[in-house]
Structure formats: C-alpha cells, structure tokens
Design a protein around this ligand. Structure first.
Ligand code: TYM
Length: 333
C-alpha cells in the first residue's frame, strides 16, 4: 500500500523556526504526489482560542504562502485550507462520539491552554476541549498513514490512533491507523529566552522566537541574546542541565546536519556557537524569504493553488467520511 501523508498548521501567529524545523521541512522532503501528500492550513483550529477574524484570515493566507515558499509544490502535493473542505467537521462529530470526555481532558495542550485562558479571565471555549477530535478527523478523513509533526503534537496523534482503532473495532474496518513521524533533531525547538518552554507562535513576546520572515539582522540579534546557562561556560550537550546550549546545538545540527553532541566538541565558548547558529539560521531561511517575497506579490496565484487543493482534498475525503457515516449507523441520504 502506498503511504499517505497528512499534516497541518494552525494560523494563530506568524510561523516560527520551530514550525519549520519540527514539521514543515519534513513536509517538503515528503511531498511526492497530490494524492499521497496533503498539507493543510487548519484555520478552524485557530478559532479555539480568542481570535481576531481579520488576523486569522491574514495569517491563513500568509501560512499558505510560506508553505509554498518553503518548497511545497502544488504539482507534487495537495495544499489547502481546512474550512474549504466540509468533510473535516462532518467527521469531527463522529470522532466526538468515539472519544471520551476524560480522554480529551487529559490532553497536555488542553490543560496548559485552559489554565492560561482561565488565569487571564478569557474563558475556555468548548472547542478547545474538542480540538483533538477535529484533529483526528483531519487525519483520518484522508486515510493518512503518516503524520509528520513536532514533539508537542505526538499526544494528539496518539489519541487519533486510539480513536481509529476503537472505531474500527466497534463498527468495522473504516480508518487507516496513522502514526506520528518526528524529525531526529529539533523535534522540540525551545524559546531562546526561556529554553524550558517551547518556541511557540502564539506567545506574547517575540524576543525568544525566530519568525520565518524575520530580517537577517533580527535573527542574529535574537540568537546572540539567547539565554545560555550559568556555570563554567563549557559547551556540552545536556538537555536537562544545560537546556539553553542544548537548544542552540539542536538548531545548529538541524540546519547544518550532524549530531548535536558531536558539534558541541567543536566549541570552547558560547559566543562562537551563537555566531554559527545565527549564520546557519539566516542561510537556511534566505531562499525561503526570497521566494516568499515573489509569491506574496501574486496572491491570486496562491488562492488558485488553495482552490484546486481543496477540490482534490474533497474528492479524497468524501468517500472515506461517507463510509464512516454508514458504518456508525446513519442512513445514506
Ligand atoms: P501547530 O500549528 O502548533 O504547529 C505546526 C507544526 O509545527 C510543529 N511545531 C514545532 N516543532 C518543533 N519545535 C517547536 N517549537 C514547534 N512548534 C510547533 C508542531 O508540532 C506541528 O507539527 N494541532 C496542530 C495542527 C493540526 C494538525 C492536524 C497537525 C491540526 N490538525 C492534523 C497534524 C495533523 C497544531 O496546533 O500545530
């Protein structure tokens, strides 16, 4: 059986180096044929937290443009926007009827985001709790066997597996059981100012976050100011004891190839390491930034890619979701 790949990105903020190294780069390496690799701007997921309508629209367009600039090619993969394909929400309801309340409440991202929203008095949207049911639907609607993601999405993909297995056992074989695929390095890029927390696009302060569209001088400044660890100043790869340095080594390894622990041997101080990391990130992002400038000047072309992508996606998802509707006991219309 050919493998089918599906993954998505949520337009809640500008795309970061974490998104790129953890996920997008794997997608570019994996795009192969339009019915085998599908990548989605998951805009419905952006509505699970406080949002501004115009910003979500703008970020959705920008995310799609950046994915093309990163090297996804519309001839080789299907790139589309989640809300353009109704099958996602149709199947999400069946996933809500398959998952349990306790299972969803155990999701780490739900617990963290709900605690944050409560602390700021924002209130927690019900969709934040049911989010993994929609994410499972995103994946299962396409019969995807592989889901290239960063470490923070592993738990959601595991839940998706559980739901697929449970549905198949209860109602007969319907879904392919997918697995998460993670990059060997940089599966969890940390914030440069707080190396114990993930570099996340929705964080308030951007000082520790490298955005894909940051100017080279800004990237260099952020990297040079990265928090390193107090101590003897030795460059050693130890994620527990020296998370700041380990993060820089991970990023360097991801940009230039190689093993972070071995790369550490080449440095006797933080300054030289930071300079090399800054250079490597600037060079890695340069072609993407150049292509982005060209694509952003032609929004009509990006819209066309998304329209055609949605059509292809719909044609793939519809029969799978229809089968699931029948299997669970709903009358065919
Ligand atoms: P999102 O939008 O938060 O992130 C998109 C992808 O980037 C990865 N990522 C990182 N990897 C390494 N280091 C980081 N600091 C970092 N930050 C983000 C994420 O792991 C992810 O792979 N729920 C998903 C979107 C989604 C999805 C899906 C993904 C919805 N449906 C179906 C796969 C399949 C999310 O919020 O990703």
């Amino acid at each position: 059986m050919t493998k089918r790949i599906f993954s998505g990105i949520k337009p809640t903020g500008h795309l970061t180096l974490g998104n790129y190294l953890g996920a997008v780069r794997q997608w570019v390496a994996a795009d192969r044929a339009p019915d085998e690799a599908l990548f989605c701007v998951v805009d419905l997921h952006a509505l699970t937290v406080e949002h501004e309508p115009a910003r979500v629209r703008r970020l959705s367009r920008q995310a799609a443009t950046l994915l093309l600039a990163a090297g996804l090619s519309p001839e080789k993969c299907t790139l589309f926007v989640q809300s353009h394909v109704d099958e996602h929400t149709r199947l999400a309801y069946l996933m809500e009827c398959t998952a349990s309340d306790g299972e969803l409440r155990r999701m780490i991202q739900y617990k963290e985001k709900a605690a944050r929203a409560q602390a700021t008095g924002e209130g927690v949207r019900l969709s934040l709790l049911t989010y993994p049911a929609l994410m499972a639907a995103d994946i299962l609607a396409y019969g995807a066997s592989e889901v290239p993601v960063g470490e923070d999405q592993r738990q959601h993909v595991e839940l998706t597996r559980d739901l697929a297995v449970r549905f198949n056992q209860r109602y007969g074989h319907t879904f392919t059981v997918p697995k998460a695929t993670l990059p060997t390095v940089a599966a969890r890029v940390m914030d440069l100012q707080d190396p114990t927390s993930k570099m996340g696009k929705s964080h308030e302060s951007g000082a520790g976050i490298v955005y894909l569209l940051d100017e080279p001088a800004v990237i260099a400044k952020k990297v040079m100011r990265a928090v390193t660890d107090s101590g003897d100043g030795a460059v050693v790869y130890d994620r527990e004891a020296r998370p700041g340095v380990a993060n820089l080594l991970d990023v360097l390894a991801a940009c230039s190839g190689g093993d972070p622990a071995v790369l550490a041997d080449g440095y006797s101080g933080y300054g030289a390491l930071k300079r090399d990391v800054a250079d490597a990130v600037v060079e890695l992002l340069r072609p993407l930034q150049e292509r982005h400038a060209g694509l952003a000047a032609d929004p009509g072309a990006v819209e066309k890619v998304l329209r055609e992508g949605a059509e292809r996606a719909r044609a793939l998802a519809r029969p799978v979701v229809n089968r699931a509707y029948e299997a669970i006991g709903l009358l065919a219309p």
